[in-house]
Design a protein around this ligand. Structure first.
Ligand code: FRU
Length: 512
């Protein structure tokens, strides 16, 4: 269904942002109000030391539709300032779909005479007739954009052709666009000297990937010690991802300026849970920075139904910003992920642990954000004969519980959101409670860390080589972590450390 903006007639900036709701993440970004999905146009402005985040935004409703590019900025990716929508539809029949943004420092586009910090946004315009690729330029650092007079820049008369990600290729001195022929399950590469004129370079496909459509591809260059650099192609698939609904895969390989050649034919599933989709990767980072991404912490299976809509007037948060490396794990290139700067700009004092008959507990009832970072280390495991279980439970005084654990005997890590009662599999059969993955204890130790933030849990296992993002909806905020053990082998020790996190919102309504 298409919505008429004029008919809805709600002024975009009319509603005050309220970040105090008990389901509102305090460390992950969420929109001031309305419905949010993919991150868009992530770029870093080195001149002003500022990260920009745009996002798919319906400012009028709590479901997808009326897509605009919402906008926020941050100096540390945790403290955000909201701004008015950066790109809006020109008429009620078009939507501004996902895309990317770059700084055109050399004015290749000609939009920025005498300027070295012009910003070009590259995005899909969705209409009933076609999805076309379009550009808009900003002379004020990415706050306001002028649509190019000769849009679209690419039109192949397809209704399933979208999500351009543009990066500068220093080797070929060309811009590269990576985008999806969504229903064909094909990724296209185009090149351009000036962001206006584009030449098709090649196509890449993996028809055997699960899922009906390819969306939001990102080709990301990683520096690696041994081989100089490698490229990783991230492909989001929806619907029909292996855990249901939407999910993301990646393939590691080489890009020669026109063609992507993967090292292996087997793509890797990025996460072992349902709630991380359409990650985008920052452009214009300094050469020293490792790649940084932000993903959409939800799933198309239930994103438009979750209770934050009715209760608090917003739907969907982003993942924490993540730092990445590409590392060989058992001979295979693996993308690692950890929270950006180890959350240092929001991490406050350590929580005190107490011994309790159930195990070790850390209360965060006095942490006003109700967001914490935690690390759990299991050491002294008999690698030849690992035995025993470690369980961790986040609980609320109202009787909600979000649970997880490690089964050493079988090498299994699991998470279960069934005990958070505001929204469960009874509300949506797609809101499946369990996520799990295989882990290795062959080195005699296993460690993981995580961020829990009111309605989103993210965990990072085995030096960030595996991760999960799980949304959950308790009737009251979870405010206590208990770690218990049973049947551990002699000499196995479990350590817990946890820190309160400060809210990333300086005040409840930091909006322009
Ligand atoms: C992915 C997606 C994109 C599209 C956008 C529309 O979540 O479907 O393919 O550009 O969302 O909001």
């Amino acid at each position: 269904m298409r919505f008429s903006i004029a008919a809805l007639a709600l002024p975009v900036a009319a509603q005050a942002a309220n970040y105090s709701g008990s389901l509102r993440p305090q460390v992950q970004f969420s929109p001031p109000y309305g419905f949010m999905n993919d991150p868009n146009g992530l770029f870093y402005d080195a001149k002003r030391d500022l990260y920009h985040l745009y996002y798919q935004w319906n400012p009028y409703e709590l479901v997808a539709g009326n897509q605009h590019w919402g906008h926020a900025t941050s100096q540390d990716l945790y403290h955000w300032t909201n701004h008015p929508a950066a790109i809006s539809p020109s008429n009620p029949d078009e939507y501004i779909f996902s895309g990317s943004a770059v700084i055109d420092g050399n004015n290749t586009s000609g939009f920025f005479p005498g300027q070295d910090d012009g910003v070009v946004a590259i995005y899909t315009v969705d209409t009933a007739e076609a999805q076309t690729q379009n550009i808009a330029y900003s002379t004020d650092g990415g706050y306001t954009f002028t649509k190019y007079a000769h849009n679209p820049i690419i039109n192949i008369n397809s209704t399933e052709f979208r999500d351009p990600q543009v990066t500068w290729q220093p080797e070929t001195k060309q811009w590269l666009m990576t985008l999806a022929y969504a229903a064909d399950k094909v990724i296209g590469f185009y090149t351009s000297p000036n962001l206006r004129d584009w030449t098709h370079a090649s196509n890449f496909t993996r028809q055997n990937l699960p899922g009906d459509q390819f969306e939001c591809p990102n080709l990301v260059k990683f520096a690696v010690d041994t081989e100089g650099s490698k490229h990783v192609l991230f492909i989001s698939v929806n619907p029909g991802a292996p855990l249901g609904g939407s999910g993301t895969y990646y393939l590691v390989g080489d890009f020669n300026g026109t063609h992507f050649n993967p090292d292996t034919s087997d793509p890797t599933l990025y996460e072992f849970s349902k709630d991380n989709y359409a990650s985008q990767w920052y452009t214009d980072l300094s050469a020293q920075s490792s790649p940084i991404s932000i993903g959409w912490a939800s799933n198309w299976d239930y994103a438009e139904e979750v209770p934050t809509g009715e209760l608090e007037g917003w739907r969907s948060a982003m993942s924490v910003p993540r730092h990445h490396t590409l590392t060989k794990v058992k001979g295979a290139w693996t993308v690692t992920r950890t929270p950006f700067h180890d959350l240092s700009s929001v991490k406050s004092s350590p929580l005190r642990n107490r011994n309790h008959p159930d195990g070790v507990t850390a209360s965060f009832a006095n942490v006003s954000s109700k967001a914490i970072h935690f690390e759990i280390d299991i050491e002294g495991i008999d690698a030849a004969n690992p035995v025993g279980d470690i369980n961790f439970n986040f609980t609320s005084p109202a009787g909600d519980h979000l649970d997880g654990g490690v089964v050493l005997d079988t090498g299994l890590f699991w998470l279960d959101r069934a005990g958070t009662h505001l929204y469960t599999v009874a509300n949506s059969t797609d809101f499946t409670p369990l996520s799990n993955t295989s882990i290795s204890v062959s080195q005699g130790r296993f460690a993981f860390s995580g961020v829990i933030d009111r309605s989103v849990l993210e965990v990072f296992l085995e030096n960030g080589t595996q991760s999960a993002t799980v949304t959950y909806f308790p009737t009251a905020p979870l405010d206590r972590l208990a770690v218990g053990t049973s049947g551990l082998g002699h000499g196995t020790r479990v350590g817990l450390a946890a820190w309160g996190l400060d809210s990333g919102w300086y005040d409840a309504s930091r909006s322009e």
